[in-house]
Structure formats: structure tokens, C-alpha cells
Design a protein around this ligand. Structure first.
Ligand code: 5GP
Length: 145
């Protein structure tokens, strides 16, 4: 059952946290990591994850870790809105495969929405590395890096 079960320490986000897999990092502190989704559903699609909590979903995570993740979600949502000027922005989180979850380390999606643009298909089309790197640089600049 994908909603219940053991945490798999080999999931791709656990590998990213350990530095075993790369990411287009936007933010990191002791507890939270944020990076660009490599199969973005819109320009600027960002993921925010807890680093210390081996939680598959919202049922598992301790409230302190969740609060820290959400503080970064708000901060990065502001950055994305300021820099990319979308018409709207979705903040989403899926629990269990039937709800759309494909990676079983809890994460929040921040998905800017642009007028007249349909949402891309979930976790399906890989963005060009050059485009992701350029977007990462743009957002980091906005954050004062
Ligand atoms: P979920 O379907 O579990 O809510 O979301 C998982 C997200 O992770 C999807 O939006 C998918 O595009 C993204 N994703 C899957 N593999 C990778 C990866 O290797 N790197 C990054 N940055 N995102 C990934």
C-alpha cells in the first residue's frame, strides 16, 4: 500500500539529500532543501522537502519538520511570484499513489501558473538542463546570491 509502509532510504529525494544525486538547488538549511522539479509542470515548478524527517507523507511527518518545510514553501513562493510574475501559484502535496504521489519522501510542490497555459503532465517531460540552470541562476539572483 503506497499510503502506508516503510520509508525507502534509496528513494531519489533521499539520494539528493545525501548528495548522491544532483539537483538544481534553490535553498538549503539544516532542516529543509528546495530544488527545481526536473519534470516541471510549469516554468518554475519547485519542490520543498524536509532533510531530517524520514517521512513518506503527511501522515508520517512530525509537526516541527512540517512547519519548517512550510516556512520555506512560503518564502520560495514569494520569490517565484516576484521573479516570474505568474498569474497564480499552486501549492500542492500528494499522499499515496492513487493521489498522484510518485516519490515517497514527503514534498511540497510550488507550481506557478501562467495565464492561458495548461498544466504540463505530472512527472513526465524532462526539462532541458540549460533551461533549468538558467532558471536556477535567475531565482538565486533574486534571493541575493
Ligand atoms: P509526486 O508525484 O510524488 O507528488 O512528485 C514527485 C515529483 O518529483 C514530480 O513532480 C517529479 O517530476 C519530480 N521528480 C522525479 N524525479 C526527480 C528527480 O530526479 N529530480 C527532481 N528534481 N525532481 C524529480
Amino acid at each position: 500500500m503506497s499510503l502506508h509502509g516503510d520509508y525507502d532510504a534509496q528513494n531519489i529525494f533521499a539520494q539528493i539529500i545525501r548528495g548522491e544525486a544532483p539537483c538544481y538547488k534553490l535553498y538549503e538549511d539544516e532542516d529543509v532543501l528546495a530544488f527545481l522539479d526536473v519534470f516541471p509542470q510549469s516554468y518554475g515548478h519547485t519542490l520543498v522537502i524536509p532533510k531530517r524527517s524520514a517521512a513518506r507523507n503527511i501522515l508520517d511527518i512530525d509537526v516541527d519538520s512540517l512547519a519548517k518545510v512550510m516556512a520555506v514553501v512560503q518564502r520560495l513562493t514569494r520569490v517565484l511570484v516576484e521573479e516570474l510574475e505568474p498569474a497564480g501559484v499552486q501549492v500542492a502535496q500528494f499522499n499515496g499513489a492513487p493521489a498522484g504521489q510518485t516519490v515517497f519522501h514527503i514534498h511540497m510542490h510550488i507550481v506557478p501558473r501562467f495565464a492561458g497555459e495548461q498544466l504540463g503532465i505530472h512527472a513526465s517531460v524532462k526539462a532541458e538542463p540549460a533551461e533549468l540552470a538558467q532558471l536556477q541562476a535567475r531565482l538565486l539572483r533574486r534571493m541575493g546570491h
